[in-house]
Design a protein around this ligand. Structure first.
Ligand code: ADP
Length: 440
């Protein structure tokens, strides 16, 4: 298509060029009076040069339709009354290309000096074979180049695909192995892409392993924690049974201990259920607009009797009224754990300060105590499930080691953050930051 267009362009250019040359010649013919029989030799030589250069033939037809000049010297003296010559005498000149004969044909009028009358007609035919040969050559050359390019492209594509597919196959083999439980890191660094896939896979593998380890640790912790009260109950019951004629007071004392252990078992189960629910119901927060001031006041009111038992001062400080989009039940549980800990791990006659503040985006709850504090090296661990700094004390106060893990999960579900600042022996401060508007 492109070459076809190219051929037409070339022929049109040749027609334009011929027309220009012939028009110039036509003006010379008018001036020289050549058609009236005057000839200075210049016109004849111009005519023969032109016909040579354009590989054509020029006929000069006079008003009487007689051929005055034929550059082939064949038809001189004969008449030419073809339609195109007649039309040209009437002022309608012709310029056309015949694909069949591969020739350009044109008629150009020769005017008298006053330019009022057509006194003759130039009939020009020119061969376009040279142009066509040139384009044909171009055609065949382009065809050969196309075929060569095609062959090279096929080879390049074949070798490239081989080079690309080989490392991908190795990655896919490694992934198949992983599917059968062989969780080994993969390293196929043949190209950047496969290296990236391997890096992402290895990262995922590390995360999976960590998750699996923490799951196993959690299961073993749960079994241990649940077994402890049961073992105590068994020991208490066995020792009662082994005693013959034990006094009723001893029975009472042992049964009361057994009852305490049952309470403890039930608290652990409750906390575990809360955690499992939090893990499962990521999307199930019952978010409503809640006054955080009222929520905190209620938590403190419930815990005041616990603080009073050890003469601990419980203070609430609110900097402004705050309405937040939160799950009321879950956030109450999280804050209760924090304030309860601040009371439990406090000194007698100590203090606990709870404060509430907010800016445009977040509200901030701060729980500060004058208690035992948490050693710096374990501050990261206190949010882990079942972690307790002092196991004996935690057990004494009825702790399960799950409280802060629950608090952490709730705050994460609200897209918030919790931070701990503490110094051993000086007290602890937990700060919670939660967005005022919940975005699911
Ligand atoms: P527990 O049920 O044992 O209280 P938590 O998850 O609530 O479990 O807390 C984990 C551990 O962090 C506690 O056992 C305790 O040692 C420590 N801890 C938590 N809060 C405080 C606090 N305000 N002051 C001192 N230690 C604390």
């Amino acid at each position: 298509m492109l070459l076809r267009g190219n051929l037409n362009d070339q022929i049109e250019a040749k027609i334009r060029e011929l027309q220009y040359q012939c028009n110039t010649l036509s003006r010379q013919l008018s001036k020289s009076g050549y058609l009236d029989g005057r000839d200075d030799g210049t016109i004849n030589s111009t005519l023969s040069v032109l016909s040579d250069v354009y590989d054509g033939r020029i006929l000069l037809v006079s008003k009487t339709f007689k051929i005055e000049k034929d550059t082939y010297s064949i038809d001189e003296g004969k008449l030419n009354i073809s339609e195109s010559v007649l039309k040209c005498f009437q002022g309608e000149s012709l310029a056309e290309y015949s694909e069949k004969s591969r020739r350009i044909q044109m008629t150009i009028p020769v005017y008298n000096l006053a330019l009022t009358d057509v006194i003759g007609v130039m009939v020009v035919t020119s061969s376009s074979s040279s142009i066509i040969d040139m384009v044909d050559g171009y055609y065949s050359r382009a065809g050969v180049i196309d075929i060569v390019i095609l062959i090279i492209s096929v080879f390049v594509a074949f070798f490239l695909s081989l080079a690309l597919v080989r490392p991908l196959k190795r990655v896919s083999d490694a992934l198949k192995k992983a599917a059968f439980g062989d969780l080994e890191p993969v390293d196929v660094g043949d190209c950047v892409e496969t290296q990236r896939i391997c890096d992402a896979y290895n990262k995922m593998l590390t995360k999976l392993k960590t998750l699996d380890e923490s799951r196993q640790e959690f299961v073993s912790n749960v079994s241990h924690e649940l077994k402890t009260p049961i073992t105590s109950i068994r020991v208490l019951a066995d020792s009662l049974m082994s005693m013959e004629d034990a006094p009723i007071e001893l029975y009472r004392e042992f049964l009361s201990d057994i009852s305490d252990e049952i309470d403890r078992e039930s608290t652990i189960i409750d906390d575990l259920l809360s955690l499992v629910k939090l893990d499962k119901s990521n999307m199930e927060l019952k978010v409503t607009q809640v006054s955080i001031n009222e929520l905190l006041e209620l938590v403190l009111k419930r815990l005041r009797p616990l603080a009073k038992r050890r003469n601990i001062e419980l203070v609430f400080e609110s900097f402004r009224p705050v309405i937040g989009e939160i799950d009321e039940v879950k956030l109450t549980l999280a804050v209760t754990n924090l304030v309860e800990n601040a009371i439990k791990y406090n000194v007698d006659e100590g203090w606990v300060r709870v404060s509430l503040n907010a800016d445009h985006n977040f509200f901030y709850i701060k729980v500060q105590d004058s208690g035992l504090g948490i050693p710096e090296n374990v501050q990261d661990k206190v949010f882990e499930r079942f972690y307790r700094v002092d196991k004996a004390r935690s057990r004494e106060t009825g702790g399960t080691g799950l409280g802060l893990a629950i608090t952490h999960s709730v705050i994460q579900l609200h897209h918030g953050a919790i931070k701990l600042y503490s110094k051993e022996g000086e007290g602890s401060t937990f700060t919670v930051r939660i967005p005022l508007i919940y975005i699911a």
